[in-house]
Design a protein around this ligand. Structure first.
Ligand code: FCB
Length: 458
């Protein structure tokens, strides 16, 4: 497998997000986001870590870009921290924050590294949640557009690849369905909530925000998380279950973006709990993405299963997820208990997007693995498990490209070991190890593997 295995112009990169790598969360004028507040509660992460410092990319972005250049990557996908630009959500601009992204972008451009910029990656300014419940309120649409507009005006002459929101489904599900992410809301959660309605309201406002920002901009995309759901058996009901699982995850967003309304399957099940698009909104949402980023890591088996203990977004699916079939695991397990190595899943996921959503231009926005086992130095550098994952998944991406899918790029998650949300620093997705006492970066074997695959010798 080499760069030449892919069509000319195919983009290789790595992805990160502001909150996970920048550190300096409470410095240089940045205002708190909902993750800062959430992490004040003890026990949110297993190692009681926060992202106040993380891997300090704020100061070490040159090292990081240099590392990307050495490997031969073409692009870097990062996100802009809303509360670093507007510490109070709107209004006063924090010049330090604005300058930081100028420095990062300029350095990248000077080294031929193309910026792929995401406007929102889980990090809502806390004040907007305090003032009006953030994503639960339609006011967020106006505020998000103002933030987006500011970014387009400020960096638009340098940045050509814009993305509105990373994984809106994760926000809706974990923020408001099971309370796993801030603002930690769900039925029975300590912060209140209603898992039967709030995920749908949040998703609706996320879609409207995406679409409203997109109308301000020429070329723009969105990033959607998509687990591949494979029927556990050949029974009709398990096929229907797999279909529902895909509609309730990817279809929830990509169906409106392609067709202007929610999937029929969802409408029939969720009924009046599913918000409606006005005719005007529907027109705005339809066709609002010029490129679809698919964040894909893993595949699960699903079967038909009715759980009506209480009404919730997840129970609406009528699906049971399993990680094995007749005692055979679906794939090797990663460190994260949600991640199994199932390379053929990425092929099916991509072909599904191609076939069902009008053959869109897409790219793999994230793909990667936290290797199980001892992740300390020097052992962490010998990450053959990770190499095998990338090699197998990339082969499957190539197969999809060969079969006509318009996949224009591939982004590994992630360059660095970084703050992995609820897992803190216990989970390590990097192809570069970071010693967090010195912040020294140590490329792992997977870095060298990528270099061999993509470096074009001139
Ligand atoms: C994705 C997130 C990203 C990272 C990876 C492992 O869902 O977008 O921030 O946490 O998972």
């Amino acid at each position: 497998l080499t760069r030449q295995s892919f069509p000319p112009g195919f983009v290789f990169g790595t992805a990160s997000s502001a909150y996970q790598v920048e550190g300096n969360a409470l410095k240089y004028g940045r205002g708190p986001c909902i993750w800062d507040t959430f992490l004040l509660y003890p026990g949110i992460t297993p190692d009681n870590s926060t992202a106040n410092v993380t891997v300090d990319e704020y100061h070490r972005y040159m090292d990081d870009v240099d590392n990307m250049v050495r490997v031969g990557f073409d692009a870097y996908r990062f996100s802009i921290s809303w509360s670093r630009i507007f510490p109070s959500g709107l209004g006063r601009i924090n010049k330090d924050g604005v300058d930081y992204y100028h420095r990062l972008i300029d350095y990248m451009l000077a080294h031929n590294m193309t910026p792929y910029v995401v406007l929102y990656h889980y990090d809502l300014p806390q004040v907007l949640h305090d003032q009006y419940n953030g994503w639960l309120h339609t006011r967020i649409v106006r505020d998000f557009v103002r933030f987006a507009d500011f970014c387009f005006k400020t960096y638009g002459h340098k940045v050509k690849n814009w993305f509105t929101i990373n994984e809106p489904r994760m926000m809706a599900n974990h923020g408001y369905g099971d309370g796993f992410f801030p603002p930690g809301r769900c039925t029975g959660c300590q912060f209140g909530g209603n898992s039967a309605t709030e995920p749908y309201i949040t998703a609706h406002n996320l879609l409207l925000s995406h679409a409203a920002a997109a109308t301000q901009k020429g070329r723009i995309g969105i990033l959607l998380d998509f687990v591949w759901y494979e029927p556990l058996t050949n029974k009709e009901e398990d096929h229907a279950a797999a279909h529902r699982a895909r509609e309730f995850t990817l279809g929830w967003f990509l169906h409106p973006i392609t067709y202007g309304h929610y999937p029929e399957t969802m409408q029939n099940i969720v009924m009046q709990r599913l918000p409606n698009f006005t005719r005007e909104q529907s027109e705005m949402v339809k066709g609002s993405a010029d490129i679809i980023g698919i964040n894909h890591y893993t595949t699960y088996y699903v079967s038909h299963y009715v759980n009506k203990t209480f009404m919730s977004y997840l129970n609406d699916w009528d699906v049971k997820i399993s990680y094995e079939r007749n005692g055979v695991p679906i794939g090797k397990q990663a460190y994260s208990n949600w991640l199994y190595v199932v390379p053929w899943g990425i092929y099916k996921a991509v072909m599904h997007v191609k076939e069902k959503y009008k053959d869109p231009i897409m790219f793999i926005g994230e793909n990667g693995i936290d290797q199980p086992g001892n992740e300390t130095l020097p052992g962490a550098l010998y990450d053959s498990f990770r190499i095998e994952y990338f090699d197998q998944y990339l082969h499957e991406v190539k197969r999809a490209v060969d079969d006509g899918a318009k996949v224009t790029g591939y982004f590994a998650w992630s360059l660095l070991d970084n703050f992995e949300w609820r897992l803190g620093f216990t989970s390590k997705f990097g192809i570069v190890y970071v010693d967090r006492s010195t912040f020294t970066r140590y490329p792992k074997d997977s870095t060298h593997w990528f270099r061999k695959v993509i470096k074009t010798e001139v």
